[in-house]
Design a protein around this ligand. Structure first.
Ligand code: HEC
Length: 244
């Protein structure tokens, strides 16, 4: 019995990690809905406008945006800048060399980020909301879930400027205990949350475009198993009814 409990708790161990992501930092729930086509379309629009200048999604093609209700024409007209074709992959205009020179680090591809980051869409959502002023950093900002981040706060004009309350613990480590908006941006807090949520939704879709399809299939498989179960019970009864 003890052994069984030990095995069970080992098996469940990975689950316990999910509650706190990003090294113990509290993540906010993005509460995304992957079936929300309007949110996916807005997320794609924000991505090409605010992110693709630096980041690629080099395993995702523009034309795949048809999966959430856009036509090829709409994609070509509204979501492709430069000389890209609708069938091409979403690369970035920035070369790796420029990136290295400007950011002293590689700019990561974002195709799979929603799957690679512990916390997934919640991590992205919290990340986009957690930039704060830190003059010691090259771009004047730091981030709660990505300490010493090398990315500028590209959505600052929308969100505004946040300052952090920082407490130092007994080991001399600094912890951000709160964020305060000290200079409003163009958007209200709710509107900005919407932008962060839409981007997280789009990135979650791109990281796993088959997820919805899998869930739909899963339901049919369960239904099939259920029907099959009933049929086998009936069959069993039929076979055994004369045997006593
Ligand atoms: C000016 C260039 C630039 C723009 C524009 C930009 N980023 Fe970044 N981003 C970076 C750099 C550089 C890093 C790497 C930071 C590091 O490693 O310290 C990064 C890192 C990230 C990461 C962490 C990825 C990982 O694998 O750790 C995410 C998520 C991200 N960016 C999302 C976005 C989103 C969403 C947008 C658009 C709203 C955006 N970025 C716009 C430069 C940019």
């Amino acid at each position: 019995m003890k052994k069984l409990i030990a095995i069970l708790s080992l098996a469940l161990l990975p689950l316990t990690g999910f509650s706190s992501g990003g090294g113990g930092v509290h993540l906010e729930s993005a509460d995304i809905d992957l079936t929300d086509e309007a949110a996916l379309q807005r997320g794609a629009k924000y991505f090409v406008n605010y992110c693709q200048g630096c980041h690629s999604m080099k395993y995702f093609r523009y034309e795949n945006m048809q999966d959430f209700g856009l036509t090829k024409g709409q994609i070509e007209q509204n979501l492709i800048f430069g000389d890209h074709k609708v069938g091409e992959l979403m690369t970035t205009g920035m070369s790796a060399l420029d990136a290295e020179a400007w950011f002293a680090t590689a700019v990561p591809d974002l195709t799979l980020t929603a799957r690679l980051k512990h916390g997934g869409a919640d991590w992205i959502y919290t990340y986009l909301k957690s930039f704060y002023v830190d003059e010691s950093r090259p771009f004047g900002v730091n981030n709660v879930v990505f300490p010493n981040v090398g990315m500028p706060h590209v959505l600052m004009e929308l969100q505004g400027v946040q300052e952090a309350t920082i407490e130092t613990d007994e080991h001399g480590n600094n912890h951000v205990t709160g964020l305060k908006l000290v200079k409003p941006g163009r958007m209200s807090a709710e509107e900005y949350d919407g932008v962060a949520r839409d981007l997280a939704t789009f990135m979650a879709h791109v990281a796993e475009p088959m997820k919805l399809e899998r869930q739909r299939l899963g339901i049919w498989v369960m239904l099939f198993l259920l029907v099959f179960f009933v049929v086998s019970i009936l069959l069993k009864k039929e076979f055994w009814k004369d045997v006593h």
